[in-house]
Design a protein around this ligand. Structure first.
Ligand SMILES: [Zn+2]
Ligand SMILES: [Zn+2]
Length: 460
């Protein structure tokens, strides 16, 4: 099954029908372009590929079955990574040996990827080509342009994929944040210009398609967070996703404004801030102290950012709750703030963590219990989807990055904005954008690539 020069195909192998492990393929003129190569962390109780049930503890990492493209790797022109979240970049060290193609990505994402590859002894084998926002690269028969969008991590990009027979707008993960605080913003004109040129299909993020309204800007969180931190008497520990450099920037500003010293607790926070510094995305005014000094400071001069917002084992916040963190112990009167949402499936672990902290006399504030927003999603809610469809005006909408419910709702929104066709499929479905607009069929050459066939790798 090979696309010829009149074909333009989209074939998702992961991330369509689920949130996680994105792996997308575009096919034209005998070649394929891969966009993203991510992992997911199975929920406790979910049956894995080998029939075992995951009972908690160190999660196994799971990724899409790459057999379809690994069998045709001489046809694979390249891999583009849209941004550095695990569900987009995390599988590269596992799958690259089967693919052996060049990897194109932004500078920050390249920094994160290099750190991962080094752990797998692959650093000097994988050719990484750094691309600046706005630039275009010819990758086989695909001309790929990097377009500035905003998300919850630095350097996220949408892609305009051009071929002689049709154009595809691939959104990546995005929101419309007018004040993203770190890195590039976005411009409405970028997207309305695409409409003028003509977009045959728009492959787009469905994560928050069931939520009305507009996502909250990173900049608005300052108010909610400073109010909580300024009023806290003891130490303050804020737990958030390590990759959200804008959130760390907000916390560092608040540390200065409230006379506290900020330290980072946990490997992923240290790793991400290091990558941000290397990519020129860290504000020099955002000074950090060595976390081993925290225990010696007056309690009201401490602001720590910690990993573990999902209650994961062996993270900094779990250790603090258990009283076995090497740097300091939480005491009654200290405050822990969850500047994160619960990822579905983690509610029980988070509840257990909160009750342990409360038992120590620690005041716990979550995004739900706070009066003002202290967490912002990185994905578009309904108003943002409507805006984007009105700007890009694609001939076909293809919702991805969601479960069936998110993608169906997303398709309804797209149609309501005037998009002639919206196609909802799932991993293993072949979307024929050209020559027959809107046809969709399952790949039969290799069988349906469902959840049951996905690769399971146990880590740690
Ligand atoms: Zn994602
Ligand atoms: Zn993302």
């Amino acid at each position: 099954m090979t696309p010829d020069n009149e074909d333009l195909w989209f074939l998702p192998l992961g991330g369509t029908g689920e949130i996680g492990m994105n792996l997308n393929l575009y096919g034209h003129d005998g070649r394929w372009l891969m966009v993203d190569c991510g992992v997911t962390f199975p929920r406790p109780g979910r049956v894995a590929a080998d029939g075992t049930v995951h009972h908690g503890g160190e999660p196994p990492v799971q990724m899409a079955d790459p057999a379809f493209i690994a069998d045709r790797r001489e046809q694979l022109a390249g891999l583009v990574i849209t941004h550095a979240h695990e569900d987009h970049v995390g599988a590269v060290p596992y799958l690259w040996p089967l693919l052996q193609c060049p990897v194109y990505t932004s500078r920050f994402t390249a920094e994160i990827l290099r750190r991962k590859l080094a752990e797998f002894d692959l650093l000097h084998r994988v050719p990484i080509i750094e691309v600046e926002t706005g630039q275009t690269r010819q990758i086989g028969p695909f001309s790929v342009q990097w377009l500035a969008l905003t998300h919850s991590i630095p350097d996220p990009n949408a892609l305009m994929i051009r071929t002689p027979i049709g154009n595809i707008f691939h959104s990546g993960d995005w929101k419309l944040d007018d004040q993203p605080l770190v890195g590039h913003g976005y411009s409405r004109k970028t997207f309305s210009d695409l409409a003028a040129e003509g977009v045959d299909a728009m492959v787009c993020d469905s994560t928050n398609a069931t939520l009305p309204g507009h996502s909250v800007s990173e900049a608005t969180l300052h108010e909610g967070l400073i109010r909580l931190i300024a009023n806290a008497e003891g130490r303050v520990v804020v737990t958030c996703f390590g990759s959200n450099i804008a959130r760390l920037h907000t916390l560092a500003s608040i540390a200065r404004e409230t006379g506290r010293y900020m330290g980072l607790l946990g490997r992923s926070l240290v790793n991400m801030s290091g990558a941000a510094k290397a990519a020129g995305l860290w504000d020099a005014a955002d000074q950090l102290i060595n976390p081993s000094h925290i225990g010696y400071l007056p309690r009201n001069e401490v602001l720590a950012a910690a990993t573990g917002s999902q209650g994961e084992p062996r993270t900094a916040l779990r250790r603090l709750a258990a009283g076995n963190h090497p740097d300091f112990e939480l005491e009654a009167g200290d405050t822990v703030i969850f500047s994160a949402r619960a990822i579905p499936g983690n509610e029980e672990a988070i509840k257990a963590l909160i009750s342990r902290l409360s038992a120590l006399g620690v005041k716990v504030i979550t995004a739900e219990s706070a009066d003002l927003p202290i967490h912002a999603s990185g994905h578009p809610a309904q108003e943002e989807l409507e805006l984007m469809y009105n700007w890009v005006k694609p001939a076909i909408a293809i919702p991805v990055h969601g479960e069936a419910e998110h993608m169906e709702t997303h398709a309804t929104i797209a149609r309501a904005t005037g998009v002639p066709r919206a196609l909802v499929g799932r991993n293993g479905d072949l979307f024929m954008i050209r020559p027959v607009p809107g046809m969709r069929r399952q790949i039969t050459a290799t069988g349906r690539l469902g959840w049951e066939k996905q690769v399971l790798v146990r880590v740690g």
